[in-house]
Design a protein around this ligand. Sequence first.
Ligand SMILES: [Zn+2]
Ligand SMILES: [Zn+2]
Length: 359
Amino acid sequence: MIKKISLKISMTGMAIILIFIAIFFIFQKSIGLSIFERAVNERVGVDNLSSLPDGLHLGLCGTGSPLPDVGRAGPCNIVVAGKQVFVIDIGEGGARNLNLMGIAPATVDAVLLTHFHSDHIDGMGPMMLFHWTGGATSPLPVYGPSGVQSIIDGFNAVYKIDNGYRIAHHGEKIVPPSGAGAIAKPFTMTSESQVILKRSGLTITAFKVDHNPIKPAVGYRFDYKGRSVVISGDTSKSPSLEHAAKGADILVHDSLQPNLVKKMTKALNDKGLASTATITRDILDYHASPEEAAQSAEIAGVKQLVLSHLVPPIPSRYFYPAFLGDAEEYFNGPIIIGEDGMLFTLPANTNAMKHDRLM
Ligand SMILES: [Zn+2]
Ligand SMILES: [Zn+2]
């Protein structure tokens, strides 16, 4: 008897589930429209920067490298100091991530480039476009060592025709011609490190790094109200970075795990792709390994190490220990493997550190 009743209940339950599934597909169009409308209302115009406390904030808008990675955009970092917003390197997908993180590209005061490898600049086009169409009335300032002028001249030339289309379509009031494109702000490195910008309590210092044969190549240090963030750019283990990063709250360091890259080189060779194998072998000498980044973090006495510009692409978190190798043996503080959308908050004049996700 009990068996019969429970069989009846489970049959009824099954029928109800099937009816719900049928409704879900029969009304797929109208359900889709209504869910979409709600999501758009929730997400459009979101400004995640406005609610941040006074302090220094680091966002990761791209933790990947030139190698294809579905979960990571090309190199891109965002540093917010009070109300000032800077993007450091703008790899492919970086500007798209800023939007997904609820950070309007139009609020960005300037982009800073560490060097001109294509993976650090190939998101510049969308960055300039979103900056302009988001309401900017003057071009996006782009700071960089000598050479940045020709990079920006090139991007402006490439986007000139598109700019004309946008103005013709939306009108000068919506997209004022004065706000299109970018403007280069070159600086020359005359010493190992030098201050390139000082404004409203923020000091930005550029320092040389070792990315031979790529020259110039720099990293940046941000100091604001007793807090500090250092972005390495691309470098092998570099004494000048260790000097510039002294006592910083956060060091973001590029990292390449040779044990994993060597497996790629072997697989490429085994498949007769010797030229590509040569490239994966060559890149070993101008990026730090996670172990070397950890050693630099320890020497500099930083409080937290964030690994970014990850080579090779890591398919999931399961592979993080294989990527880290022995890094944790060399650094006393926490090591975080960077993921797109992470946000680190350093409130002004404190020792506090908060870790959040914006996507
Ligand atoms: Zn590079
Ligand atoms: Zn790179």
